[in-house]
Design a protein around this ligand. Structure first.
Ligand code: IPM
Ligand code: MG
Length: 368
């Protein structure tokens, strides 16, 4: 049998730096766990624009469709701020999500014990936090038509469309319910059914799917604005949060910050099963390209490494190896390993990106 294949798209900013550490982790699994991946690399975002004049080359898109999983670093940066909208680095990412049909975006927000003090919230509100946001990723206002800027009565008008079909809502809901069953069996669905028809439909379809096939899962609904408030008031009331593309973008940044640092949070974007049974999949850290610290060896590689752990779990059915990697990260954090983003008021010398990779590899060795 051939090895599972990975396409690495490190992208822009700190993307390549954090991805370098992921590559070392991938090699470790090949050397020590007999889990070898065929790894190829290509460009996305501003890096692709610099080389090809587009944020994602068609050949790269084809490669992404052909591999078992894509690992993405980050896209964007100030250098590309003035580019035409159609070739902005973010368009490369959105094209991957859309064409691979990665409708279920899983964004866990987990507070590591060792980092509970870093949250902007009080420790007892976040310690032990473990929630999962399931964000619909291929539709809604990100892709709805009509869209654009046009002139009406001598005035510019900007238009975007929030649009959801029942099928799109249904498949996102199923992903959330299936996940909840493997966790604490609770789903809270968030929309704005009080002001948006698409929100009314969202709520109806979620209820229908629930009644038909998931009555064993506890389901509640919340308006998304209340959801944002509840996330900072009492985040531990949630298990799985199901929401649309735009609300999910916002709520997941909010949930991420509860955990103390954006540098800690991974994500998985999953689509339909491929011929080999594995889901179409892309894994990426929730953080962005962080131009302010690019090239200085300061970036925290943990979110990107945890994204690879999600790949082990969701694409390759290697849950035990994912646990091993997550435990290694928990161990180094408990031992006090900190990159700059995790430095508390007590100070100290932060680890560089590579040094954080070193200690995680040591912890992996120690786990054997
Ligand atoms: C995210 C990001 C993206 C989004 C950007 C980079 C297009 O904020 O993945 O949350 O808005 O979806
Ligand atoms: Mg975002």
């Amino acid at each position: 049998m051939s090895n599972p294949s990975l396409l690495i798209l490190a992208g822009d900013g700190i993307g390549p730096e954090v991805m370098d550490e992921v590559k070392r982790i991938i090699s470790w699994f090949g050397d020590k766990r007999d889990l070898t991946f065929d790894v190829s690399e290509d460009l996305v975002g501003g890096a692709a624009y610099d080389a090809h004049g587009v944020p994602l080359h068609d050949d790269t898109m084809a490669k992404a469709q052909a591999v078992d999983a894509v690992l993405l670093g980050a896209v964007g940066g100030p250098k590309y701020d003035d580019l035409d909208f159609s070739v902005k680095p973010e368009r490369g990412l959105l094209r991957l999500r859309k064409e691979m049909d990665l409708f279920a975006n899983l964004r866990p927000a987990q507070c590591f014990d060792a980092l509970a003090d870093f949250s902007s919230l009080k420790k007892d509100i976040v310690s032990g936090l473990d929630i999962m946001i399931v964000r619909e990723l291929t539709s809604g206002v990100y892709f709805g038509e009509p869209r654009g800027i046009h002139i009406e009565d001598n005035m510019r008008v900007g238009v975007n469309t929030q649009r959801y079909t029942e099928a799109e809502i249904e498949r996102a809901a199923r992903a959330a319910f299936d996940l909840a069953r493997k966790r604490n069996n609770k789903v809270c669905s968030m929309e704005k059914a009080n002001v948006m028809e698409s929100g009314i439909l969202w709520r109806d379809v979620v209820n229908e799917v629930h009644q038909a096939d998931y009555a064993d899962v506890a389901l509640s609904h919340m308006y998304a604005d209340n959801g944002a408030m509840q996330l900072v008031r009492a985040p531990k009331q949630f298990d799985v949060i199901l929401t649309d593309n735009l609300f999910g973008d916002i709520l997941s940044d909010c949930a991420a910050m509860l955990t103390g640092s954006l540098g800690m949070l991974p994500s998985a974007s999953l689509g339909l099963p491929m011929a080999n049974g594995r889901p179409k999949a892309m894994y990426e850290p929730v953080h962005g390209s962080a131009p302010d610290i690019t090239g200085q060896g300061k970036a925290n590689p943990i979110a990107c490494i945890l994204s690879f752990a999600m790949a082990l779990r969701y694409s390759f059915d290697e849950g035990a190896e994912a646990d091993r990697l997550e435990a290694a990260i928990e161990k180094v954090l408990a031992d006090g390993a900190r990159t700059g983003d995790l430095m508390g008021p007590e100070g100290g010398t932060p680890l560089s990106t590579t040094q954080m990779g070193d200690v995680i590899l040591e912890a992996l060795d120690a786990s054997l």
